[in-house]
Design a binder for this molecule. Structure first.
Ligand code: ZN
Length: 591
């Protein structure tokens, strides 16, 4: 399967962006240079490669190529016959585009600009499998600069309205013989290379999702798609005691069981000797609902924003050692997934995490503290960001930041739904439980799980050259989470770098022979036999010396920690005292 993108003269910028999107989805695309021809329909069919099954029609390119004279219906039908899919994008309200859409839809059509900038998108249930979790959703406002609607003549071929704005199709499908023809009435295509840091789904939707939906639909199993859906609620800081601030583990567990969700306590390693026996028991006995992960080491002020690799190494080793001691004392296993205290980290902290063989990082901030620019839109359209130190950063958001279409966006691109909160979300659980119900209704098969399961399982799959390819992001991947297969799979990690520091690639704990794959990112791949449970990258530990952390430092950290706990347990429950405590703090900080 190949997508052919006609070009006349320079490749059009919108088509370039569309090709970039296709490439990110794993869809093979090729530009098809055109020259003026006496019989354009036959000429175009000769020019496209033989394995091209999807044709892109950008009216601006076709208008230049055809010198503004649209093809009649017969020639249009001849041109698109033989393609399984045709994608018409970049529509404007003008005569050429009207004639083109009319010819392709078997009637007449008129592209109209948007009247009301406050209008909403309504994704039709007809869009079903293509639109995935977006099907049936209504949200907005629309992008009135970019979006138009199509008014089809009543006698047009059967037109399926897939995305509507004010009851008029913004995206529609029709069939011409065996060809499915898609129309997207938007001017532009989103630029995946644009630095944005945060996806405002409603602002990007019409320039990104409809195109991605059509490309994925046309490419079928040959493009990257998520296979499993995961979610987790991460609560930062609590001690493993039955009660911490507003969090009461017994009540929270009952809610997690009743409403189907999983609570991860982001556990401060400094507290490794302070867990209570009854809280440890409730974690051990309900591992499917409660788990812990690593939250800093001392939880000192931005400790992982340090750029001193010696200090970072020492911190990771101390954190790992403490969580191991905690396991010996309590039997509660700690997932080697890091949630940075105060969401602050350096690029060095990401790389050092990798070299200490942690699995992944979960955080809400998209960039290290020392960097001015962050991630691109394209990086937010994959399960994890791997640009910092070649280590996976899985992004999380608070309950308030997670709206229905944010959930749909994450599910579409295989990003796990990670919610980050503190104990006070349990003060009034209505908003939390409403979000849990939303997630579970939009994704009935979603797995709520601990962070090791979530990060290892967030994989994309595609079929190419008769093989199943799996792309993962965490250090350890879990092919056993995929559908059973009798054939070996190729499992790959993209963007990991530091291949010289890689000690081994292991399958179920045994070294396997890996290979690198050429491409825009460093990719390490390994063929995994059927039935294998785990594939993992194993790094050599860092050579830097480990500075000793003195007793006085530890005592200071513990004193600070106890002050924070006092705030969570007592002050936060009395808002008046908390307000005056904050005021005093402000006065001290800003005299
Ligand atoms: Zn914290």
């Amino acid at each position: 399967m190949l997508v052919g993108v006609p070009q006349f003269g320079e490749l059009d910028e919108r088509d370039r962006r569309l090709m970039r999107l296709a490439e990110a989805l794993g869809v093979v695309c090729q530009a098809v240079p055109l020259e003026a021809a006496a019989d354009p329909a036959s000429y175009l069919k000769q020019r496209v490669p033989e394995d091209c099954t999807c044709l892109v029609i950008h009216p601006r390119v076709f208008a230049r190529w055809l010198k503004g004279r649209p093809l009649d219906r017969g020639a249009t039908r001849k041109m698109v016959s033989g393609f399984t899919h045709v994608l018409v994008h970049g529509l404007r309200a003008d005569d050429f585009d009207n004639a083109l859409v009319g010819a392709l839809s078997g009637g007449s059509a008129k592209i109209e600009p948007m009247g009301n900038p406050l209008s909403q998108y309504a994704v039709s249930l007809h869009a079903g499998p293509m639109a995935e979790a977006f099907a049936g959703e209504t949200f907005g406002p629309v992008n009135s600069q970019n979006d138009r609607v199509i008014r089809f003549a009543p006698l047009a071929l059967t037109v399926e309205e897939l995305i509507l704005i004010d009851d008029r199709p913004f995206m529609a499908r029709t069939r011409m013989g065996d060809t499915e023809v898609f129309f997207i009435a938007g001017d532009d295509v989103a630029d995946l290379d644009r630095v944005i840091d945060v996806v405002e789904v409603e602002a990007h939707f019409s320039r990104l999702l409809p195109h991605a939906m059509v490309l994925r639909h046309a490419a079928g199993a040959e493009c990257w798609r998520p296979v499993n859906q995961y979610a987790s609620l991460v609560i930062d800081d609590p001690l493993l005691r039955m009660k911490y601030g507003y969090l009461n583990y017994e009540h929270a567990l009952a809610q997690a069981k009743q409403w189907n969700f999983h609570i991860v306590t982001a556990f401060i390693p400094l507290n490794y000797r302070r867990s209570s026996a009854d809280a440890a028991r409730i974690f051990r006995e309900n591992a499917d609902r409660l788990s812990i992960c690593v939250h800093g080491n001392d939880h000192a002020h931005y400790e992982f924003a340090s750029t001193d690799t010696g200090f970072l190494n020492a911190s990771y080793r101390s954190a790992i050692w403490r969580t191991q001691q905690h396991f010996k004392l309590t039997g509660v296993r700690c997932d080697p997934v890091m949630v940075f205290p105060l969401e602050g980290y350096s690029e060095a902290a990401m790389r050092t995490a990798k070299l200490n063989n942690l699995e992944a990082v979960v955080c809400s901030t998209t960039r290290p503290m020392e960097l001015k620019t962050g991630v691109t839109l394209g990086e937010l359209c994959r399960p994890a960001v791997v640009r910092y130190g070649g280590f996976p950063l899985f992004l999380r958001n608070s309950v308030a930041q997670m709206r229905r279409f944010d959930v749909a966006f994450r599910l579409f691109f295989g990003r796990p739904i990670l919610i980050g909160e503190h104990h006070d979300i349990f003060k009034q659980t209505d908003r939390l439980l409403e979000l849990v119900r939303t997630i579970n209704s939009m994704a009935p098969k979603i797995h709520w799980a601990n962070l090791a399961t979530v990060t290892a399982g967030s994989m994309l799959v595609r079929k190419a050259n008769g093989k199943e390819h799996v792309r993962g992001h965490a250090r350890t991947l879990n092919p056993a989470a995929l559908e059973e297969s009798e054939n070996p799979r190729v499992v790959e990690w993209a963007g990991f770098g530091d291949a010289d520091l890689l000690k081994a690639v292991e399958i179920d704990g045994k070294p396997a022979s890996a290979f690198t794959v050429p491409g825009p990112e460093d990719r390490i791949a390994v063929e995994v036999p059927a039935g294998a449970r785990q594939a993992a990258l194993v790094y050599r530990s860092s050579p830097e010396a480990v500075p000793a952390t003195g007793l006085r430092w530890r005592a200071t950290m513990m004193a600070k920690r106890r002050l924070s706990e006092f705030r969570d347990n007592y002050l936060s429950k009395n808002e008046r005292i908390l307000a005056s405590a904050k005021a005093i703090q402000r006065r001290i900080l800003n005299p």
